[in-house]
Structure formats: C-alpha cells, structure tokens
Write a protein that binds this ligand. Structure first.
Ligand code: FEO
Length: 168
C-alpha cells in the first residue's frame, strides 16, 4: 500500500512531468516560429519523453493501489530570446526536476517505502542523463555563438533525435 504522503507527492510529480512536457512543446513551437525545424524536432522528442515519465509514475501509483488525481497544468512561457536562452532554461528546469526527484527519494526513505525508493532510482539515473544531454547541447551552442553555419550544423544534428520509450 502506498503511504498517503507518498501518493500525494507522486501525484504532484505527475503534474510536474506533464508541465515539463508542456514546456518543451512550447519550446518546440517557439523553434518552429523562428525556422529552426531541427531544434523544434528535438524539443518534440523531449516533450514525448516527459509524457513517458509522467505515465510511468501514473502506472506505478495504480500498481501500488493508489489513486491518481490530475491537477491543472501551469501555462508555460511562449517566447525566448534565442536558442541559447532556451537551452539555458531547459538546463535550469532539469536541475529543478532533479531536486524534486531527490525530495521524493528522501520522502520514500522517511516513510520506509522501499518499493517507491527502488522505483525512483530509475528517475535518479534518468536525471543524470537528462542534465548531461542538455548540458552537451548548451556547450555546443556556446561554442557556435553567432556563427550561423555552426547553428545550421547543430540544427541538422538535433533533428536526428528520435524517442524510443525504454523497456519497462
Ligand atoms: Fe522528466 Fe526531464 O525530467
């Protein structure tokens, strides 16, 4: 049985993951609006990945006999200054999400909820990969600076990203 506090916190995390998906979809739309289709495609993959995260928690809550209550999703921003600005925001957002996952792990330990603790380890590892992946794009964007041909090369590279849901 899922402890009540844990159930509430996991419900909040479902909302946070759905917000992440919404935020990245908004970033996709921004990139479409400035003609960077490869960047837009990367963001769509990112949005799908976040929805996968949300559903992974959603399914776990039910598996443990809990109840999912969906809450309103906050409106994400719609405008950014540049691709660099977007990715700086993505990195700080992912760092915030890492903090939320760490808080969930701490709660699972406090509640002596070992099943949820084990379940959350997947997210702990995932956040390391997420921050590294975003950090790598950000590093490249900083190197490219105002060089439009460099941006075009990056545009091609990011456009190749595909999202394959990991086996659960
Ligand atoms: Fe679901 Fe990007 O963390």
């Amino acid at each position: 049985m899922l402890p009540e506090k844990m159930e509430k916190a996991l419900n909040e995390q479902i909302n946070a993951e759905m917000y992440s998906s919404y935020l990245y979809l908004s970033m996709e739309s921004y990139f479409q609006s400035i003609g960077l289709a490869g960047f837009a495609s990367w963001m769509r993959m990112q949005a799908q990945e976040e929805m996968f995260h949300a559903m992974k928690i959603y399914d776990f809550v039910y598996e443990r006999g809990g109840r999912v209550i969906l809450a309103a999703i906050d409106q994400p921003p719609a405008e950014w200054k540049s691709a660099l600005d977007v990715f700086e925001n993505v990195l700080s957002h992912e760092q915030k999400v890492t903090g939320l996952i760490n808080d969930l792990v701490n709660l699972a330990l406090d509640e002596r909820d070992h099943a949820t603790n084990i379940f959350l380890q997947w997210f702990v590892t995932e956040q390391v990969e997420e921050e590294a992946g975003v950090g790598s794009v950000l590093d490249k964007l900083k190197l490219v600076g105002d060089d439009t041909s460099g941006l075009f090369v990056l545009e091609q590279e990011l456009g190749k990203r595909v999202f394959t849901p990991p086996a659960t």
